[in-house]
Design a protein around this ligand. Structure first.
Ligand code: GAR
Length: 218
């Protein structure tokens, strides 16, 4: 973060409501030390791409036609991000698995948002509606969302922030998803703000949130 600004890459595959929440938070001055350098989409027709264009943010499409193996995707993605001096990678409904080489290169600088209270209801195949179906079938009393640091295991790295929501009588995957997304749109910008202020210390698979950024502590 040599310029003082934290340069974000937001990786998307779908509607991009979390991307929108990040854009809105930045525009409202709620994350003063961050800017979106680039949006990368695994799908050309993702509505998230349209959102980026509307806000004059560069959108790069990297999809399976251009990259056949996850490793090839990781190399190309790293090139795109390094050329734009990206400090933090934010996965926001991004469905392509990142390879170990890419994760190593951006170690402790990749965040993901997941629509459940990890470590419950995470892992391969657990995304979007399937997560909420599994939660409702389980008899749990609450669900929520998690922002975590990405490591080599699916939905696994150290947790930054979580928000809980109650399960209500008559809930469907759709009503639960909507209630959780409201929380996601608050939680992800908050996690990005903490990172951009240097307030996340990541050590031994654990995140500590510092009260004051490291420089001001001296
Ligand atoms: C979000 O609810 C996010 O938590 C989920 O995809 C949705 C994307 O919505 N991610 C996962 O399920 C990852 N395992 P959006 O495109 O509107 O931001």
């Amino acid at each position: 973060m040599s310029s003082g600004q934290c340069r974000l890459a937001v990786l998307v595959s779908g509607a991009g409501s979390n991307l929108q929440a990040i854009i809105d938070a930045i525009n409202a001055g709620k994350i003063p030390q961050a800017e979106i350098a680039v949006v990368v989409s695994s799908r050309r027709d993702a509505y998230a791409v349209e959102r980026a264009r509307r806000h004059h943010i560069e959108a790069v499409i990297l999809n399976s036609q251009e990259c056949r193996a996850p490793q090839e995707f990781g190399v190309k993605l790293a090139q795109v991000l390094e050329a734009r001096q990206v400090d933090l990678v934010c996965l926001a409904g991004f469905l392509w698995r990142l390879d170990a080489g890419f994760i190593q290169k951006f170690r402790d600088r990749i965040l993901n948002i997941h629509p459940a209270l990890l470590p419950k209801f995470g892992g391969k195949g657990m995304y979007g509606r399937r997560v909420h179906e599994a939660v409702l079938a389980s008899g749990e009393k609450e669900s929520g969302c998690t922002v975590h640091v990405v490591d080599e295991e699916y939905d696994h790295g150290p947790i930054v922030l979580q928000a809980k929501v109650p399960l209500l009588p008559g809930d469907t995957p759709g009503t639960l998803a909507a209630r959780i997304q409201e929380q996601e749109h608050r939680l992800y910008p908050e996690a990005i703000r903490l990172f951009s202020e240097g307030r996340l210390r990541i050590e031994r698979n654990h995140v500590t949130i510092l009260e004051v950024p490291p420089l001001e502590r001296r």
